[in-house]
Each structure stands twice: as structure tokens, then as C-alpha cells.
Design a protein around this ligand. Sequence first.
Ligand SMILES: O=C(O)[C@@H](O)C(=O)CO
Ligand SMILES: [Mg+2]
Length: 255
Amino acid sequence: MLQFSANLGFLWNDLPLPDAIQKAKDAGFVAVELHWPYTTPSADVKAALDETGLPCLGLNTQRGDVAGGDNGCAAIPGREAEARGYIDEALAYAREIGAPNVHVMAGFTDRSAEAKATFAQNLRYACAQAALTRRTILIEPLNSRDAKGYHIGTVPQAQEALTAVDLPNLKIMFDCYHLQIMQGDLANLFEGCRDHIGHVQFAAVPDRGEPDSGEVDYTQLLPELARLGWARPFGAEYKPRGAMEDGLGWMQSYR
Ligand SMILES: O=C(O)[C@@H](O)C(=O)CO
Ligand SMILES: [Mg+2]
């Protein structure tokens, strides 16, 4: 049976995080993952995780000035101190709640050599800090329709960063939603970079709703990814089309 992690950045995101963690447990998720939990004290999240027995798989570094258009800054030359501050903050929070992964947000760049070098330097810093507590750093290709100009949009671009950094605790967040839009052929794409994947997420394409319709048949794809070796929970990172609880029927297909 496949297992799922609830991405609380999108699921039950109208509730305080401790309540959302309880909802995820009640709905049958075996783990949760967070986007930007920083306004909730980590002790409150930890208490809810302990109470439910759910692990938290990961969280993101802060994005910077979101109203001003930022989506991270780890690949933006000149903002290294800010990027490293966000990395330190995310790793501290991850330690406090026992989360194994931190997703470092790159930001919008022109993919110049300077931007690539900045990203590599900041990722080397992140990996070194993460290694002190045996944590993994993730980078995620985002599709260019939702995040035009994001520093990495494809698996080859993520792999280029992995090669530049060359550290074992840097992995790819393989988000099927983004990668179907950017590349498609998801099972082959997954197989080609299997050893470099640190987490898998999914949602319907193109509307990013519940994974029960759209152009990807997840009832076929997810078992195939499991057959190819993915044995950890799949991250349900979708935007409910209606009431959250009304949209949970997709889970029944995997029981
Ligand atoms: O796919 C996404 O958007 C996320 O996984 C994320 O963490 C922030 O962009
Ligand atoms: Mg994602």
C-alpha cells in the first residue's frame, strides 16, 4: 500500500498548524510536510507531531520579500548573507521538530554563470550545516508557467547544480506537477535520476487540484515509481478545488 504525506502549505492551511497535523492524522496521512511554518513556535509543531505520531518530512527556507516578487534568494548574487540566514533558520526549525529535509529556495535569476556559482556556494554552505545533524538539502525545479524565471525549472538544471556542489546530502525534490508541465515522461524521468531524489510530490495537472483527474493518471504513475524504488511517502501537495475534506476520496484508490 502506498503512503502519503500531507503538505500543510496547501492542505488544511486555514487551520493552525497543530490542528492541521491532527486533521492529517485523522485522514490517514502517515506524515506531514510544511512550507513556511515560522510564525508557529516549533515547540507547538513538535507537540502536535509527538501527539499524533506523524513525522514531518521537511520545510522550505523563507522566500524573502514575497510582496516584492521574491521566491527565494539562494541563487541571487549579492544576497548571500540573507540566503544563509534563511538556511540557518530553516535548519534550526527542522532540528527542533525532527524534520530530515530542508528545501532551499533559489529565487528568480537570469541563469547567468554568476547566479549558478552563487547557488552552488550557498548550497555548499547549506549542505555543510545540514550534515552536522545528518540532514538533507533539497532543490526543486518549478514550472515556468507558475514561477517564470525561477532558477531551476527542469531535472537537468537541478542535476547541473548537484554536479557543481558534489555533496551527498544535496537531492532533488521531484514534484510530478511541475515536472509534467516542464518535461513529461515522468516514470522515465524519475528512473533516470532516482538516486538523486530526496522527496516526491504530486498534484493534478494542469489545475494543481486533487490528484484524481487531469493529464497524469497517478493510480498508474505512483505504483510505478514505487516499483522503481520509491519506498517513502509521496507528498500530496495540491490545492483543494472545494472543501478540503470533500476532496480526500482520491486516497481510496490506493488502499
Ligand atoms: O511545488 C512547490 O511550489 C513547493 O514544493 C514549494 O515548496 C514552494 O514553491
Ligand atoms: Mg512542490
